[in-house]
Design a protein around this ligand. Structure first.
Ligand SMILES: [Mn+2]
Length: 292
């Protein structure tokens, strides 16, 4: 079985893939994760022993993980099964789509272990816990009783919470300097839907010598405006990545207007080939569209 996460995979996608692979192997099946794209900052989230090189074998059953749309998969051909927690997943698997709302995709996997009749060992519990920490941005978004209950469940099964805390929580001097520079560049868009725009030039993460995962934690440190949306526009080598966050406003309509998706409190999109200025123009147009 070939497990395929989405492009630009995050810790939830990689942790879900890692855990699912271990469960399938424990049940006596051949399984591997086919993820040619793993960002260097998340290399720790997908151990070498579950990775496979190249395309999935022709006779492998393909399983999509943590992915809302088929064309977002690292291998975008048809899949037989799909396991995902995104509310806006339309269902694209040939055989079974298992799409259920959950704080992270890893929260769906204990049920898979149960149906396969395999235990959740410490390696699996750690991968599941890491996915939950990643998708809730260290228990700050999509968080509540359900997320805490899963955290407790993973911890009870031996998840390495301390090690995970080190991976996610340590901050370098460069990070604080980066955050300070990022804050200075923030602007407010006035309107019925207040939007705080935070543009970040491509050179900055290297300039400030960020550590693994620090950039991904950025949204947790920047406040959204009252009753409004935080929009972080991060310039990369090939375009601009939008991260949209809010505590009280559903950001999905705005994400959809930009061609993206995600969750009501945390959504995003990557627009290839656009500059920061163009990204901001597109954001303003999308805001006008959702304000009606
Ligand atoms: Mn996820």
């Amino acid at each position: 079985m070939a497990i395929i996460p989405h492009r630009l995979p995050d810790v939830d996608a990689l942790g879900s893939a890692d855990a699912l692979c271990r469960m399938l192997r424990a049940s006596g099946r051949w399984a591997a994760v086919h993820a040619p794209e793993v960002p260097a900052i998340f290399d720790w989230a997908l151990p070498a022993e579950v990775r496979a090189d190249g395309a999935p074998p022709d006779d492998a059953l393909r399983i999509a993980i943590d992915t809302a749309r088929q064309d977002r998969l690292q291998w975008p051909e048809a899949v037989s099964l799909s396991i995902d927690h995104h509310e806006d997943n339309p269902g694209f698997a040939r055989v079974v789509d298992w799409v259920a709302p959950a704080p992270s995709c890893t929260c769906l996997l204990p049920a898979v272990a149960e149906s396969l009749g395999v235990p959740v060992d410490t390696a699996v519990a750690t991968a599941l816990y890491r996915g939950l920490v990643g998708d809730t941005e260290c228990f700050r978004v999509n968080v509540g009783g359900e997320a805490f209950a899963w955290a407790a469940w993973f911890a009870e099964r031996g998840a390495d919470c301390e090690g995970t805390a080190d991976l996610f929580w340590s901050r370098s001097a460069g990070f604080w300097a980066y955050l300070s520079a990022v804050e200075k560049g923030a602007r407010e868009l006035e309107g019925r839907l207040p939007v705080r725009v935070v543009p970040i030039p491509a050179a900055w993460p290297d300039l400030f010598d960020l550590r693994p995962y620090e950039n991904a934690l950025l949204p947790a440190h920047i406040a959204a405006p009252d009753g409004g949306v935080l929009a972080i526009l991060q310039e990369g080598r090939s375009g601009v990545r939008f991260r949209l966050r809010s505590r009280r406003v559903d950001v999905l309509p705005l994400a959809h207007a930009l061609g993206g998706g995600g969750h009501p409190q945390a959504a995003g999109v990557v627009l290839p080939g656009v500059s920061l200025d163009e990204a901001e123009r597109r954001l303003r147009a999308a805001v006008r569209q959702v304000q009606g």
